[in-house]
Design a protein around this ligand. Structure first.
Ligand SMILES: [Fe+2]
Length: 202
């Protein structure tokens, strides 16, 4: 099983991909999504839950859309108000790729409990059990030799607390906060305790 989708379909899901100015980076991000479409056991990206617990009602595609828009909104404000420069190509590409491993980390579980939203019930795959979140996105970025690969991998790797490295650029901070901001929206709506309330520096 795999997801039948083409580059236009990826652009419809994530229109901000066309804001990436560097054509090689833009095309590479779309290619990675198409490769994962061919590798996943899901049939539609829109059916995949954001995770299997507190945000299982939220779709992965909705979450990624939220992360992109929150990150760009923060970038706009920081640039306008404080004059800090943000590498938007890097930021948008990282938002689009930070959770690219998730379609492989879980699979449909038709008999599983409903998530309470449009995402389908799911369970972890062996890949999800054994491979640290973020690693596969890094692998894909290096495999494609995308522009600014080291920076882009840094952003993808540091967005998750599963990593033992932390953000070392402003773009990485924006991705990190946008990811938590959107995740907490899902957690609060689901009645859970948000990340902000569980923060432990490390
Ligand atoms: Fe995320």
């Amino acid at each position: 099983m795999s997801i039948q989708i083409d580059a236009d379909g990826i652009r419809q899901l994530f229109p901000e991909v066309d804001q990436i100015q560097d054509q090689r980076l833009r095309d590479g991000v779309v290619e990675i999504w198409l490769e994962v479409a061919a590798e996943t056991a899901w049939e539609r990206f829109e059916d995949i839950p954001k995770n299997l617990t507190l945000e299982k009602h939220m779709t992965l595609t909705g979450h990624i859309q939220g992360v992109i828009r929150m990150a760009l909104a923060m970038a706009d404000i920081a640039e306008d108000l404080h004059g800090i420069a943000v590498d938007r190509d890097l930021l948008i590409a990282s938002c689009l790729l930070h959770d690219i491993s998730k379609p492989l980390e879980c699979e449909a579980d038709p008999g599983g409990p409903p998530g309470g939203g449009s995402a389908l019930p799911a369970k972890k795959t062996e890949f999800g059990e054994k491979i640290q979140h973020g690693v596969y996105g890094a692998h894909k970025i290096w495999e494609k030799n995308l522009p600014k690969a080291t920076e882009l991998v840094h952003l993808v790797i540091t967005h998750t607390r599963a990593s033992n490295t932390r953000s070392a650029s402003y773009e990485a901070s924006l991705l990190f906060y946008a990811d938590w901001g959107d995740s907490d929206a899902g957690i609060v709506m689901g009645g859970g305790k948000p990340f902000g309330a569980r923060w432990v520096e490390g």
